[in-house]
Design a protein around this ligand. Sequence first.
Ligand SMILES: *Cc1c(COP(=O)(O)O)cnc(C)c1O
Length: 355
Amino acid sequence: MSKYWSPAISQLTPYVPGEQPKVDNLIKLNTNENPYPPSPRAEEAINNYPKERLRLYCDPDATLLKQALADHFQLQYDNIFVGNGSDEVLALAFMAFFRQDQPLLLPETTYSFYDVYCKLYDIEYRQIPLTNAFEIDLEQYNQANGGIIFANPNAPTGRLLELGKIERLLQNNTESLVIVDEAYIDFGGASAVELTRQYDNVLVIQTFSKSRSLAGLRIGYALGHKNLIEGLERVKNSFNSYPLDSLAIAGAVAALEDDEYFRETTGKIIDCREWTTNQLEALGFDVVPSATNFVFTCHRSLSGAELMSYLRSNNLLVRHFGKPGIENFLRITIGTYDEMQELINTLKQHPDISS
Ligand SMILES: *Cc1c(COP(=O)(O)O)cnc(C)c1O
């Protein structure tokens, strides 16, 4: 607290990211990072970038990256917006689209940055409960609103919505924008990018942080109708003209070109997710069906807090949200097979878990 703060600052509840431990003997399954390194092509592109050019400002439009994304998704250049991680893209989108007279609708259990942005921008919002099976029920979103946002697949639950349901929402909800946060779509879901060709009331946001193993390089993007992109550009250029640095642009373009590596690594994670799910179920866990690189799971007799600290004392870091309704659940990132084998072995050694 300081008397020099702007008045609203003391009312904020900032997002708390998952721990980045300073020691490296931990198996880190708490922030949905990819266990595989980035594409060797991305590394090479960053190494080969002429460092002397860092003297200059980077391209404020990240032209090479936008063009690469346009080609990749078969969209036009003016359908693409890029930012410093999808968190920044989301922040700019809340500013650009959701400061309306009607409340923003969002799931009650979802990415916890959304309500942080609402408070930052003073956006009124209404949280819609998930079904008992942790699904987003889009039927409940047919009510007056100033915008709708959800993650698909949702986080931290991992459940995927079918595209048909999203399309029906877009047809029924023509007076406000729907944002679909697809941070995890590459782990088995069908992207709403297809719908952006036909509907001007949907914006799709994706990231290089999860499926492209580049969380530390900070690259996110939005795909949608050119008028939506123009709105985002207006806000971005009123805030920071250079959100993506030269190395990030070079690395991202190269990563996007390496489709083979992308398919290999995401494929391994999907296979390992299925293996992990079966193993956990055999140990008395309920596992929510996941289309992501994590599983959301609870044990039939042990509490979430107890399990998290047991794993922590065995050098395994997982995420536990102490929130009512999900307090017994853990969100466990899918790592390599060796890491998941270690998780399962450790759980088997717990005195109250029988295999
Ligand atoms: C990880 C994540 C993000 C943020 O990703 P960055 O691109 O690293 O900022 C956004 N939305 C959801 C649902 C996420 O899980």
